[in-house]
Design a protein around this ligand. Structure first.
Ligand code: MTE
Ligand code: HPA
Ligand code: MOS
Length: 762
């Protein structure tokens, strides 16, 4: 089934925040944000700005009626800076005016004086100074100290991965409306309506039932709106609270890039030990996460890094420690993979380094160590592994040996162009790592005309979750999909939602939808059974007709609905779903945090131009463990999008902050994202259709985040291509592998771009 939004998207009729019709008297808000990364506010002068035409009022921290606090995990982030600023882009004041242009003009007249304090941008420096968001955590299995003497080969190194701008097509924003009895309705571009509701209640000092949050859809979130849509919703809500007027704020792209956090950059040290027959015996890693100026979701992201530090390999002795380091950058946040990719990069670099030093292919080590069912992860859960199946199927379909031979022949014949390939097997845990967040809810109504409305906690952000929810309802009732409508995500219909994140949205809300539909169906069957002198077990609905003992009756769906209603039997149901058997003990760092894992293997082939340092991706070939996909076009779209986004992170997207903590890559002219010319020439995705039971909705495994990690293969493929040209070239293990770095790898010494920004004129 096609994505249900495809036609309205194409016609431009789909409703995003900016498409909501405005109420008469709507005012416009624009934030004034700190130009300095760290310092004490010595004076804030608003008079000149307040005197500008159209200005209604300017709000500061002093106007907040409740707590000036938006931190979700740690209470360490103010909505509006009161005494100190902690990052460039931190909101300090909010101008509200009759037009957006008036608000923007007035913002320029605000005078802020700051006594600067020292700025830290490097996570290792922050760690050395004791600037940690939360205490460090260590995952352990076996005994690495005891295992090193057993290892035939030991390699060490340092890796660095950079941040990534979410670049959702729709920038962040909010529109808030006053309603009766002190209620505020918030239209927000958020992945987490309840987070917005809860935080608004805290900041405004009013109960959550006074805040209605409504989300129709997002023009992309990618994690950037899991936590950080809250700021704009709250700023507008603050103005509506005081003025009792509708207030809108839709960020400009450069504001959004400057003021919001990104994927966490990580620096890491690794040590890997192998046996003579290439078994990985021991692995140690220390991760320095660049959290930015406030916790945001960093502790949870850090935890997922540790959960994924061994990727898809069984390693008997592991010690992995992670530090969440406080720097003066905008708080970094969720981004597709949520710290998992950062952890996986390090083990892949360790394996690649071992392979380079031993003169082998990394794939020889990778394949040798893939997880088998029953193997234990460092956090205690046992694998139910498809790792070997995916790898073998990929080899069978694509022939890794033949690809390698063809590349060797090409490289031998071409002095200027070189090809490289890498295999990237993945394993990604599905469930929120915070066990209590694994809850989904659905509210299903069957109306008397036979149409069906479904509300869930799921936020549609392009990933196709609404299409899947619709499929669940139409499948359970066995009715035409056209009968089902998915309503907006609304905190008055569905309470206490977890954000749409962790790739678990379809599972959690889909299983709840299934339960709600089943409950209604069961009541309808009882009605039919009573009328037809049968038992409910002998009643089935199939293609909109009631069947008794396998025989079609003369009741169609509409008759069934009418009969149920006329007997005063409820045609509505609210259901709550939570996956069984999840638990985790953080004091021991052991448990069963994931409902299941998603596996896969990709092969990436790249070509570099050794004169220019430019490159392209020839192909990404994948065998992906989708369980039993309930929607092929949607799931293939998720794979393609994830792969391209992963390649962007690994090869071209370069977030640059200077030493003063100012974002230099603050527009699309200085921040390169994959375009139509840089996507792989071929993306070939095969689903491993497993028949095994799993905890997913309709056995269709979560697909939102895992494919991003295939993109990591592009980094290693590029390295291999560089080595084909210059085998003795020294390359640091840092990503992204930009054309500059490729050129330096081909001809010279590496330069760490993050050490360079002093050269960029202010
Ligand atoms: N796909 C699109 N088109 N837009 C998005 O914003 N977000 C990704 C992924 N795929 C995203 C996307 C992220 S970060 C997650 S966690 C999942 O979708 C969330 O949706 P799901 O739980 O329904 O997979
Ligand atoms: N994944 C994504 N988002 C989250 C998680 C997680 O594990 N935990 C909290 N928010
Ligand atoms: Mo996705 S990073 O869990 O929103």
């Amino acid at each position: 089934m096609k994505n249900i939004d495809s036609i309205t998207h194409l016609r431009g009729e789909s409703v995003y925040l900016d498409d909501i019709p405005l109420q008469h008297g709507t005012l416009y808000a624009v934030a004034f944000d700190s130009p300095i990364a760290h310092g004490r506010i010595s004076s804030l002068k608003l008079e000149a700005a307040a005197a500008m035409p159209g200005v209604v009022r300017i709000f500061t921290a002093a106007d907040i009626p409740g707590q000036n606090q938006i931190g979700g995990i740690v209470a360490d982030e103010e909505l509006l800076a009161s005494e100190q600023v902690h990052f460039c882009g931190m909101p300090v004041a909010l101008v509200v005016a009759t037009t957006e242009e008036h608000a923007r003009q007035a913002v320029k007249k605000i005078e802020l004086q700051i006594d600067p304090l020292p700025v830290i941008t490097d996570p290792r420096e922050a760690q050395a100074k004791g600037e940690l968001i939360v205490p460090p955590r260590t995952f352990r299995i076996g005994d690495t100290a005891g295992a090193w003497p057993e290892c035939a080969h030991i390699f060490e190194g340092r890796t660095d991965t950079n941040g990534q701008e979410h670049l959702y097509i729709e920038t962040q924003g909010a529109y808030t409306l006053p309603a009766e009895n002190g209620v505020i309705r918030i239209y927000s571009s958020t992945q987490g309506p309840t987070a917005v509701q809860r935080t608004a209640a805290r900041v405004l000092g009013i109960p959550m039932h006074c805040i209605e949050v409504d989300v129709t859809r997002l023009g992309g979130g990618f994690g950037g709106k899991e936590d950080q849509a809250t700021t704009w919703a709250l700023l507008c809500a603050l103005a509506t609270y005081h003025l009792r007027k509708p207030v809108k704020y839709s960020l400009h792209r450069m504001e959004d890039m400057r003021m919001t956090g990104k994927r966490h950059p990580y620096s890491a040290d690794f040590r890997i030990g192998l046996s003579d027959d290439l078994r990985i015996i021991a692995y140690e890693a220390t991760f320095y996460q660049n959290a930015g100026a406030a916790a945001d979701l960093s502790p949870a992201v850090m935890e997922r890094t540790l959960f994924h530090c061994t990727n898809t390999y069984f390693i008997p002795h592991v010690t992995a420690t992670a530090y969440s380091c406080r720097t003066h950058l905008p708080p970094n946040t969720a981004f597709r993979g949520f710290g998992g990719p950062q952890g996986m990069f390090v083990i892949e670099a360790a394996i690649a380094k071992a392979a380079e030093e031993l003169g082998l292919h990394a794939s020889d080590i990778q394949q040798r160590n893939l997880l088998r069912t029953g193997d234990e992860f460092p956090y205690g859960q046992k694998a139910d592994s498809e790792a070997h199946e995916c790898w073998q199927k990929a080899d069978e379909l694509f022939n890794i040996g033949k690809i390698r031979q063809d590349i060797a022949a090409f490289n031998a014949a071409n002095p200027v162009y070189k090809k490289g390939m890498a295999v990237m097997p993945i394993c990604f845990g599905i469930s929120f790592t915070k066990t209590l967040m694994n809850q989904g809810r659905a509210l299903v109504h069957v109306y008397t005309d036979g149409s069906i409305a479904v509300s869930t906690g799921a936020v549609e952000m392009g990933q196709g979750v609404n299409t899947k929810m619709l499929q669940v309802a139409s499948t359970v009732f066995s009715v035409n999909p056209g009968r089902v409508r998915i309503n907006s995500t609304n905190t008055y219909r569905i309470a206490n939602t977890s954000p749409s994140a962790a790739s678990a949205t379809a599972d959690l809300n889909g299983r709840a939808t299934e339960m709600a539909c089943q409950a209604i169906l069961q009541r309808m069957k009882t009605v039919a059974a009573n009328a037809m002198q049968a038992t409910a077990d002998n009643i089935a609905i199939s293609d909109e007709w009631v069947h008794v003992n396998g025989q079609r009756s003369d009741w169609d769906w509409n008759r069934l609905v009418a009969e149920t209603y006329s007997r005063r039997v409820s045609l509505s149901e609210h259901a709550h779903y939570t996956p069984a058997s999840l638990h985790y003990d953080a004091s021991k760092e052991k448990g069963h945090p994931f409902a299941y894992h998603v596996y896969g293997t990709s092969i990436t082939i790249v070509t570099i131009d050794c004169l220019r340092g430019t490159y392209g991706t020839d192909a990404v070939k994948v065998v992906h463990d989708a369980g039993k996909s309930m929607n092929l076009p949607v799931d293939i779209g998720q794979c393609e999008g994830g792969i391209v986004q992963g390649i962007g992170w690994m090869t071209m997207e370069e977030v640059v902050y200077d030493k003063e903590g100012r974002l230099r890559s603050n527009a699309l002219s200085t921040y390169k994202v994959p375009d139509i010319y840089s996507v792989p020439k071929e993306i070939d995705i095969h689903f491993l259709e497993t028949t095994k039971d799993n905890a997913a909705v309709f056995r269709s495994k979560a697909v939102g985040e895992p494919p991003l990690m295939y993109g990591i293969g592009a980094y290693f493929a590029l390295r291999n291509a560089i080595k084909a040209f210059n085998p003795s070239g020294h390359l640091a293990w840092d990503a992204p592998m930009t054309p500059e770095k490729v050129l330096l790898g081909l001809y010279g010494q590496p330069v760490n771009v993050s050490d360079q920004p002093d050269n960029i004129p202010a």
